[in-house]
Design a protein around this ligand. Structure first.
Ligand code: C5P
Length: 219
């Protein structure tokens, strides 16, 4: 891992990982890596139904994927083949596609290599589902954020509204619960806290309070 500092933040959909990862990365003066965006961009590029493709076809398609990372904190830019990944991947629908392809070992192996390669090159705050358990098991600082489904649906609702794609709160809650179940129960790299992660239930905490806990732990 060289001299790179790796901080991992894992947790379920809508718990606020990205916001925390950006802010913590800013404080540390390092980039943040949104690994959900990597799964989402693969799902978006391949399109719905790709999770049913034969492995060889998926492998061939992945040959054309190359990720890059630049910037620091909230200005970190993740690009795919030289083009910054945009907000088109941020819908709940693409989130579900991403969760579907994320069950496939061929996709996970490919993205794990890409993520570890970035961790070799840069210090990172890496956020996702399996950062502390599988991708960066030796990271010195690991966090697992959690919150009730209702609270996460409410946060996602506000976030989507901000992005200009309003959603139905009840439908969101249902989709988040479904995506959680799939992420927690898959055979490969399921969503769970690493044994040595600090688990923070953020229900009832505001962003500054959560950041305060993270900051104190890495200080
Ligand atoms: O975090 P985000 O909602 O953008 O992630 C989209 C989906 O990608 C998740 O529901 C999960 O299935 C998958 N994912 C994953 N491992 C990661 C990051 C995301 O399986 N490290």
């Amino acid at each position: 891992m060289g001299d790179a500092l790796i901080v991992t933040i894992d947790g379920p959909a809508g718990v606020g990982k990205s916001t925390m990862a950006k802010r913590l990365a800013r404080l540390l003066g390092i980039p943040y890596l949104d690994t959900g965006a990597m799964f989402r961009s693969v799902a978006w590029k391949l399109g719905p139904g790709a999770w049913e493709w034969p492995e060889a076809r998926l492998e061939a398609a992945l040959d054309d994927f190359e990720y890059g990372l630049s910037g620091v904190g909230e200005d970190s830019v993740l690009s795919l083949n030289g083009t910054p990944i945009g907000d088109e991947i941020r819908t709940e629908e693409v989130g579900m596609w991403a969760s579907n392809i994320a069950t496939l070992p061929v996709i996970r192996t490919f993205l794990k290599r890409a993520q570890q390669a970035m961790g070799e090159k840069y210090s990172l705050v890496a956020e996702g589902r399996d950062m502390g358990t599988v991708v960066f098991p030796d990271a010195p600082y690991k966090f697992f954020l959690d919150a009730s489904v209702a609270e996460r649906a409410r946060r996602r609702f506000l976030q989507l509204r901000e992005l200009g794609s309003p959603a139905d709160l009840a439908a969101l809650e249902e989709r988040i619960a479904k995506r959680d179940a799939q992420d927690r129960n898959r055979a490969v790299a399921p969503l769970k806290a690493a044994d040595d992660a600090m688990v923070i239930d953020t229900t009832g905490m505001d962003r500054d309070q959560v950041l305060g806990v993270l900051k104190e732990a890495v200080a």
